[in-house]
Ligand binder design. Structure first.
Ligand code: NOJ
Length: 534
């Protein structure tokens, strides 16, 4: 008999498939054009049918939504546009009843400028205890008219804003997201309490936003390119914080996934030591172009960097911050880089979709856990948002050069014939949906054998039943140039053809799943992947 898959044990997170819900755009239960928890609860069967192990909700807390909820005003309240705490508790219980765990998002680097602490800080004097929870400083220059340092922003634009009494405060993102001072005991205590608050309500895990940015160089020294350590990225004291968080999570059997963007593999792996975070997002895979050599190198580097700390890798192709997979893979440059996002970049969606289907089988066959972003299972492309409807601060802060992230945040199509494709009762949701999305709706795709949804459902079903998939080892097999071929335990082979000609498949007993039709002679066409029983 096959060994039980770890997704049904305490180590479920080592090979879970985790579906990311962006609540504003998932499903709108009350018809006001904005997604909400009522909508999610009504659509939970979709997630259970898809076969995911957990759902990660981007922030659902009370927020002015300047940065899509990553500007949290109150961690213990659900935003009224989304619902109530009572509904969140019901949702967590209903998901659990369907075998789906809930992961929430905590944003420890900053709060909203409407958070009680920041309002108190603004209402208090320079030097007051209220201001010490943030980074308030006098300016430089003869009259303090220059910002306290030259730190680059995580979005474009300034990182310091001056308040009427002349002091400046630090914000690595927008001015509405003041950075917290992690050297302050209140900040640490509050976050520990917030973790407990949600663990007590049954959440199984926490995604940590901007996880490598919390701790700042105490001198707030200027940034000097190439000089380590960076004044606000990957400071050593972060590990003290995550060790204390880990102890709390362990009391509840909960897990962490860190949003850690760090090119240095050794520094990255430090966050995954056994007494720190369980997992972190693998952004090197997400940004990697659709090229066999580079993907193979990225996969090898990922596995090698995780091995010494015993942590499982994560595999992510897209999320609410990046260009949707089918659009990216149809472009000339198939990698992802925030700095290169521009309006009107041409794409071939048929090609991108073909590659995204192959990438789905590649990703789901790799050892570790996989993150799926809502709509990825429908093959949704990045939408063009008319500039007058854009809400993302990245667009505004770049002076309109960067199209921002709204194109991947468009409300989901559920029913081909309904208003807003069944997203909600309104025909005009908070972001406009493209006019040709009827064919991408869930109800159309459910019964279509060739649809992206059918491919994902079938792949997830096999992934659950095949003990060789998920956690464990991978061994590369000999293959033609441009072809990735690897074996997992139990005689399972994954072959992906990224070359420009058909590839001969290795000898096999059975074809388990293919991302597209094989050639009549049984060859694997380009941009196609298969799972085989050897
Ligand atoms: C990363 C989040 O994914 C992104 O959406 C957000 O804008 C920033 N962190 C700031 O919280």
């Amino acid at each position: 008999m096959a060994a039980p898959h770890s997704s049904r044990s305490d180590a479920w997170w080592r090979d879970a498939v985790i579906y990311q819900v962006y609540p504003r755009s998932f499903a709108d239960g009350d018809g006001d054009g904005t997604g909400d928890l009522a909508g999610v609860r009504a659509r939970l069967p979709h997630l259970a049918e898809l076969g995911v192990d957990a759902v990660w909700f981007t922030p659902w807390y009370a927020s002015p939504m300047v940065d899509g909820g990553y500007d949290v005003a109150d961690y213990r309240a659900i935003d009224p546009a989304f619902g109530t705490l009572d509904e969140a508790e019901k949702l967590i219980a209903e998901a659990a009843a369907l075998g789906v765990r809930v992961i929430i998002d905590i944003v420890p680097n900053h709060v909203s400028d409407q958070h009680a602490w920041f309002r108190a800080a603004l209402a208090s004097k320079p030097g007051s205890p209220e201001r010490e929870r943030f980074h308030f400083r006098p300016g430089r220059g003869a009259n303090g008219e220059l910002p306290p340092n030259d730190w680059p922003s995580q979005f474009s634009g300034a990182t310091w804003t001056r308040v009427p009494d002349g002091e400046w405060y630090l914000h690595l993102f927008t001015p509405e997201q003041p950075d917290l001072n992690w050297a302050h005991p209140d900040v640490r205590r509050e976050h520990e309490e917030v973790l407990r608050f949600w663990f007590e309500r049954g959440v199984a895990g926490v995604r940590i936003d901007s996880a490598a940015l919390l701790v700042k160089d105490p001198a707030l020294a200027d940034f000097v390119e190439g000089v380590d350590p960076h004044p606000y990225i990957d400071q050593d004291d972060l590990h003290v914080i995550y060790r204390s968080w880990r102890a709390i999570a362990d009391e509840y059997g909960a897990v962490f996934v860190g949003e850690v963007w760090l090119p240095d593999a050794e520094r990255f792996a430090r966050y995954l030591r056994p007494d720190e975070l369980h997992t972190a997002f693998n952004f090197n895979f997400l940004t990697c172009p659709w090229e066999a050599d580079r993907l193979r190198r990225t996969i090898d580097a990922t596995l090698a960097e995780h091995a010494p700390v015993g942590a499982p890798a994560t595999w992510v192709l897209c999320n609410h911050d990046v260009t949707r997979t089918v659009t990216r893979y149809g472009r000339e440059d198939t990698g992802f880089d925030f700095a290169k996002k521009r309006f009107g970049t041409p794409t071939d969606l048929a090609l991108g979709t073909r590659r995204a289907r192959a990438a789905a089988l590649l990703t789901l066959a790799l050892p570790g856990s996989v993150y799926l972003y809502q709509g990825e299972e429908l093959g949704l492309p990045e939408a063009d948002i008319p500039p007058e409807r854009i809400q993302d601060p990245m667009y505004f802060r770049s002076g309109g050069v960067d199209p921002g992230r709204d194109g991947c945040r468009v409300p989901l199509p559920w029913e081909a014939e309904a208003p807003s494709y069944g997203f909600g009762a309104t025909s005009d949701p908070w972001l406009p949906q493209p006019p040709d999305w009827a064919r991408r709706a869930v109800d159309r795709q459910r019964t279509e054998p060739e649809s992206m949804l059918t491919l994902y459902r079938e792949a997830l079903r096999l992934r659950r039943s095949e003990p060789g998939l998920g956690d464990g080892a991978l061994s590369w097999q000999p293959s033609e140039e441009g072809v990735l071929s690897f074996a997992r335990a139990g005689g399972l082979l994954c072959v992906v053809n990224l070359s420009d000609r058909p590839a001969v498949l290795p000898r096999h007993e059975r074809l388990l799943l293919a991302s597209g039709p094989l050639d009549t002679d049984g060859a694997l066409p380009r941009d196609t992947a298969v799972w085989l029983r050897a």
